[in-house]
Design a binder for this molecule. Structure first.
Ligand SMILES: Cc1ncc(COP(=O)(O)O)c(C=O)c1O
Length: 255
């Protein structure tokens, strides 16, 4: 039914190639939800910063009123201190600052010599639908390039054709250093991922990160099928086989 991150599987390799070539990134790391993808993105950025520039280079600036998920790293990246998703859980993870969305100067001001990344949604969905302006996204990219910082784009909500382009960052003519995705990647099935540049992806070495259900066959095959790499017949045949295996196992466990 699934494998963890260590073994290579054919469907996973096919999907990795297809996703990376479609969105112009070098490496992919599979996860199984949006918040998990953001955890991986934050961890990779921090490890890259610490290994390349020293132990204090882990600070990340994100947007006020953003949303990045409900696990501790992603929750701490969420710039909404009064929101139900943060209230009552004690202190958030150290190492994040927040600036108003679409305010380029405020983002620049929030960065310090310890800042390794800016993390942003191309469209904010909390309290209305707020797309990032062209000036803001291009400005963030330029600012990150000038200051050896990474641009992390959370496309969990917007990725895979939900805004008219495959990824929303394509509207701005920019590329992130790491991008997270989930939701539409699986078309209703649980799958998440981050894609990164070769240089930044090097931060993850064996043992750095992993998850039990990194390669869940149904969503992986389903997305491959949607991208046209897998015929419907093969997909249906494999699905039938799994239903049979599931049924047999269920019968056994009921005995
Ligand atoms: C922009 C964004 N990031 C992250 C998440 C968290 O994704 P998940 O619910 O799959 O953990 C969401 C969920 O709505 C989201 O909209």
């Amino acid at each position: 039914m699934h494998t963890f991150n260590y073994p290579y599987t054919i469907p996973q390799a096919l999907l990795a190639e297809k996703v990376c070539t479609t969105i112009g990134m070098d490496k992919i790391f599979f996860q199984n939800s949006g918040t998990e993808a953001n955890e991986a993105m934050i961890k990779m950025a921090r490890k890259h910063g610490i290994e390349k520039y020293g132990p204090n280079r882990y600070h990340i600036v994100t947007a006020k009123m953003g949303f990045h998920g409900r696990t501790f790293g992603a929750m701490s990246a969420t710039g909404q201190p009064g929101n139900g998703c943060q209230v009552g859980f004690g202190p958030m993870t150290y190492g994040f600052s927040y600036a108003p969305y679409n305010d380029l100067e405020a983002f620049k001001d929030a960065c310090t010599e310890n800042t390794i990344a800016i993390m942003i949604e191309p469209v904010q969905g909390e309290g209305g639908v707020h797309p990032a302006t062209m000036e803001f996204m291009k400005g963030l990219r330029e600012f990150c390039d000038e200051n050896d910082m990474l641009l992390l784009i959370d496309e969990v909500q917007t990725g895979w054709c939900r805004t008219g382009k495959v990824m929303s960052y394509m509207h701005y003519g920019i590329k992130p250093d790491i991008v997270s995705m989930a939701k539409a990647l699986g078309g209703g099935m649980p799958i998440g991922a981050i894609c990164a540049t070769e240089e930044v992806a090097k931060a993850f070495t064996p043992g750095s990160h992993g998850t039990t259900s990194a390669d869940i066959r149904f969503p992986v095959l389903r997305h491959l099928q949607r991208l046209g790499n897998f015929s419907t017949e093969i997909w249906l045949a494999m699905r039938q086989r799994w239903v049979l295996i599931l049924w047999k196992n269920l019968q056994r466990s009921l005995m």
